[in-house]
Design a binder for this molecule. Structure first.
Ligand code: ZN
Length: 235
């Protein structure tokens, strides 16, 4: 039997089970012999400010798809000896501070000086900016989705939307780093940041999307080195 993990933020959504299904099928194909039990998935979902674990057990009687996994709160009795309980697992799952996004093990770093430093810096920066960058997990999923849309055959409008998702994720990551490094007051605003990125030669955006964006935001070369998306502090 195998276990696999899938970490997600936000409430549980059916497509998470679909994605998990993909991973599990791949694992079943690669690692399992036909005599093995089906792979058991472990879904880690964000619930308020805490990640919760759920076992997802492949239900072989259902057709392939989301319904292939039964999401369960507890493990079936016949599997209990070989798997940790959900409660045991949750003790080892880092939780992210809902505000500043810092990851820590529950009851460990939560009250620490390190977290308070990061947290206070985050709060004063985002209050001042009246903007909160998205945190890592959400940002990565926005970026992935944006890349998929960019590479699709969708309309120009749709692909511009995809490019904006990618740019927003890059901007948020760069701004987050500037907050962590205490130089956020110098960080460019979104429109200016995009103009800096648009001067890059190696952008994977298609010609019509680039043309539209350059028209809208202009270009500002030499501010962020080619191939990078972090705005630097040294200027
Ligand atoms: Zn915090």
């Amino acid at each position: 039997m195998n276990t696999t993990e899938e970490l997600k933020t936000g409430k549980f959504k059916p497509e998470f089970a679909g994605q998990l299904n993909f991973y599990l099928s791949a694992i079943d194909d690669k690692l399992c012999h036909s005599s093995d039990n089906p792979t058991i998935g472990l879904l880690l979902c964000k619930n308020k400010n805490k990640l919760v674990a759920e076992y997802a057990l492949k239900d072989v009687s259902k057709p392939i798809g989301v319904s292939e996994y039964k999401i369960m709160k507890s493990i079936p009795a016949n599997l209990k000896t070989s798997l940790p309980t959900i409660e045991e697992l949750e003790k080892h799952i880092p939780a992210a501070c809902e505000v500043c996004g810092l990851l820590f093990l529950p009851g460990d770093l939560g009250e620490s000086r390190e977290h308070l430093d990061v947290h206070n810096r985050w709060v004063s920066a985002t209050n001042f900016l009246k903007y909160s960058p998205t945190h890592h997990q959400e940002r990565e999923s926005i970026k992935r989705e944006g890349h998929v849309i960019l590479q699709s055959n969708g309309s120009l409008e749709k692909r511009i939307q995809g490019a904006m998702m990618v740019l927003r994720a890059w901007f948020d990551r760069s701004l987050e780093a500037s907050i962590a490094g205490s130089f956020w007051k110098k960080h460019p605003k979104f429109d200016n940041y995009v103009a800096m990125i648009l001067s890059h030669k190696d952008l994977s955006f298609s010609g019509d999307v680039l043309k539209y964006l350059k028209n809208k935001f202009g270009i500002n070369p030499g501010q962020i080195p080619d191939g990078q998306s972090y705005w630097k502090t040294t200027y």
